[in-house]
Design a protein. Structure first.
Length: 310
């Protein structure tokens, strides 16, 4: 029987808590709040030092349109706010994200990589380090063990989702660090939602070939265009019914897709939290590559196991 996430009111009722410090806002998952030694956060675009993308933006990606020094200041401000530390900031591990199914393992025997690793997932049992995933529409997924054995961070665009990056990541946490799926908690951060994510045949075919529940991930959405509604005669087509290009778009629900992968990997539904914010709908708060036609910054999803400062 295919697993299909309902994502009803109960599973998504707790909106992320936003905290404001000097206009910097961080969204936090309610189900992570009571996990021991865990720090996490989902950045927004508010309260940074970047002049690009509208000014005073918290861009955390080294993009071509932004100054390197501004991004460094933004990252430091974000890490300080997310960890609650003004000194002894933990080392940040990021990835060179390539829309893959590659998950890297960072255990206690290995040092921090000097350069970002190529891949889209990273898991660790190290304390004192932070894992960061950058997004601007793709799905950021954070996973943490209730016993503090390990944490993981995953970048799931449609390609990574089709390659089961989250499912692979949870499996690696189980195989390498002995995590029990029933003791894992997961947070799906702000991303583009089904309301705004129209896809083409390539994406539909890929998901149909990979997932038995693929039909439940797609929906038909008719574009509501005020101009077309006011002047319908301008958009009439002479083609025969059923052969016109005018019609519904097919939208993909990446949140549900990754929710399902967490369920398939054994994470209890009650342990999964999903942000309600859609990046494309909320460009006042979040960066969106699609809604802003590629000219946009990057947000970061952050997770780590930290001991208290002595």
């Amino acid at each position: 029987m295919p697993l299909t996430a309902t994502l009803g009111k109960e599973s998504r009722s707790s909106t992320a808590k936003a905290e404001k410090k000097s206009q910097l806002q961080i969204l936090r998952a309610a189900n992570f709040e009571n996990l021991s030694s865990l720090v996490h956060g989902f950045s927004t675009r508010s309260g940074g030092f970047s002049a690009a993308y509208g000014g005073r933006q918290l861009n955390l990606g080294f993009t071509a349109s932004d100054a390197h020094s501004a991004v460094e200041r933004n990252r430091l401000a974000f890490l300080r706010s997310a960890t609650g530390r003004s000194r002894a900031i933990p080392a940040l591990v990021t990835l060179r994200q390539i829309h893959s199914g590659i998950v890297h393992i960072l255990d206690r025997t290995r040092g921090i990589p000097e350069r970002p690793l190529r891949g889209d997932g990273v898991i660790t049992n190290r304390r004192g380090n932070l894992l960061g995933i950058q997004v601007a529409d793709c799905v950021p997924v954070l996973v943490a063990d209730r016993q503090g054995r390990a944490v993981g961070a995953f970048h799931a665009g449609w390609r990574g989702t089709a390659k089961r990056i989250v499912e692979r990541g949870v499996g690696a946490m189980r195989a390498v660090f002995g995590c029990k799926p029933e003791e894992l908690y997961a947070a799906i951060g702000p991303c583009i939602h089904a309301c705004c994510y129209a896809v083409g045949d390539e994406v539909i075919d890929e998901f149909q070939s990979q997932f038995a529940y693929a039909d439940d991930l797609f929906s038909e959405v008719y574009d509501r265009d005020p101009i077309k509604e006011k002047y319908p005669l301008l958009f009439l087509t002479a083609r025969a019914p059923g052969h016109s290009n005018i019609g519904p778009q097919i939208h993909l629900d990446l949140v549900k897709a990754n929710f399902n992968q967490l369920l398939e990997a054994g994470v209890p539904e009650s342990n999964i939290w999903a942000a309600v914010e859609c990046t494309s709908c909320r460009t006042d708060l979040l960066f969106s590559h699609r809604a802003e036609s590629g000219y946009t910054g990057r947000m970061m999803a952050l997770v780590g196991l930290l001991d208290k400062l002595t």
